[in-house]
Design a protein around this ligand. Sequence first.
Ligand code: HEM
Ligand SMILES: *[C@@H]1O[C@H](CO)[C@@H](O)[C@H](O)[C@H]1NC(C)=O
Ligand SMILES: *[C@@H]1O[C@H](CO)[C@@H](O)[C@H](O)[C@H]1NC(C)=O
Length: 509
Amino acid sequence: MVLSHLSPNLSRLGLWASVVILIVSALKLFSLLLRRQKLARAMDSFPGPPTHWLFGHALEIQKLGSLDTVVSWSQQFPYAHPLWVGQFVGYLNIYEPDYAKAVYSRGDPKAPDVYDFLLQWLGKGLLVLDGPKWFQHRKLLTPGFHYDVLKPYVAIFAESTHIMLDKWEKKASENKSFDIFCDVGHMALDTLMKCTFGKGDSGLGHRDNSYYRAVSELTLLTQQRIESFQYHNDFIYWCTPHGRRFLRACQTAHDHTDQVIRQRKAALQDEKEQKKIQQRRHLDFLDILLGARDESGIKLSDADLRAEVDTFMFEGHDTTTSGISWFLYCMALYPEHQQRCREEVREILGDQDSFQWDDLAKMTYLTMCMKECFRLYPPVPQVFRQLNKPVTFVDGRSLPAGSLISMHIYALHRNSAVWPDPEVFDPLRFSPENVTGRHPFAFMPFSAGPRNCIGQQFAMNEMKVVTALCLLRFEFSLDPSKMPIKIPQLVLRSKNGIHLYLKSLGSRK
Ligand code: HEM
Ligand SMILES: *[C@@H]1O[C@H](CO)[C@@H](O)[C@H](O)[C@H]1NC(C)=O
Ligand SMILES: *[C@@H]1O[C@H](CO)[C@@H](O)[C@H](O)[C@H]1NC(C)=O
């Protein structure tokens, strides 16, 4: 007997440890079952697609084309249906304007079952925060998006775009289609670094490049984790190869953001640099963060500062990258709209060298096309909440506090009760006449209510400048052999990139 070789104390210890582990596991299982019962009972009055006994709906939502699977469910089950990831996490998946309004006009917290997966990477920044601390940070950062701050960015957007377009001249002359997504991503990161983080115009460094790749990895892994209940437990996840890949990518991302913070702090010690900052008429995002004091004069902690830098570094470039890339795809798909947008921006530019702030408001047709593209290809396809008080919906059905909500923006934008022939690309849906009278929660690419996107104006301005310049210099057309395959990875990406043919129009303004 092996045990007989161990001292009696040691074997008794082993026995106790097993008993403790057994009890803890039993308690954990019991609390999970209790939770399952509570979530399931709350959604009793909502029929939904059949569930697998172990996976719930996870197998369906992990498959390619899952976004359109949910659209077909939304047509089968009006307003909302339960959506289970495994047996213990169940959301009410909603895609109807009145349902959206009932939840999103309130400021309920983000669902920890999703947003906790972002903590290791983004920390407690604006996207993940809740309660009074969220309110304090939101108030603090809002001036960073005042229009006086945004105005000078128009020139910076143009500068970064021209670097990309010059590169595209070379690629276009090779007469092959290529993936624009990755180039747009580097451009959007470059412009964000210059606008919000005051980086010089030294072009994209090596570190930015590895940051860019780390973000692709982190969004892919986070989406996979949301959809795989086996990965929901932290301890188990960190032991898997995917969990370790996640930690490595986090480290790369943090190296980048730490460096940005370190450089600015060092600059603040330098008198010459300090003068330069004082000469800038408006504070940028980092100035605001570093100078921030609460009512009692206490600075943001280093952890809070890092969390906000990580949050804005990610949210500020990956979303607009998706938006711009899918917009150019739509232009290639609908050449007649592409031509009309190009004529509009040509007319607005006239004989000026570059776009001015006031020009952005004149791009009315381009803006309508952009919104129609947001409708069909929302850069953020799904967001999640946990109710902190009960809600009663328009049809009388209700949910208790603690219920989880998945707002399926992608399916909402294809709800045929609001959008006749939803698959048809029709910019006129966003003509002023047609917008009046539409439900305010029928279109929410930037979410809505108190937790909407703080960078909405920044994003619209960037997208207008970038896409207008793209249309002036190139004609875009499809590569039918490489059509994009929609895939949600926190933001909307294409599994195989977005491949387009570019034809130079030979005008560099
Ligand atoms: C086309 C571009 C963009 C889209 C479609 C978009 C969409 C969204 C959506 C749907 C949310 C709500 C997320 C949730 O409820 O979990 C959000 C929040 C947020 N966005 Fe954006 N976004 C865009 C660009 C930007 C930019 C450029 C920035 C920063 C410069 C930014 C910063 C943020 C932040 C910090 C939040 C959290 C706000 C809060 O909870 O108070 N976004 N965005
Ligand atoms: C590029 O492709 C077009 C159409 O496929 C063809 O007409 C043209 O001659 C090609 N140009 C070069 C330089 O290969
Ligand atoms: C409103 O939308 C419909 C359908 O898309 C379109 O036919 C109509 O012309 C639009 N109205 C205006 C004033 O743009």
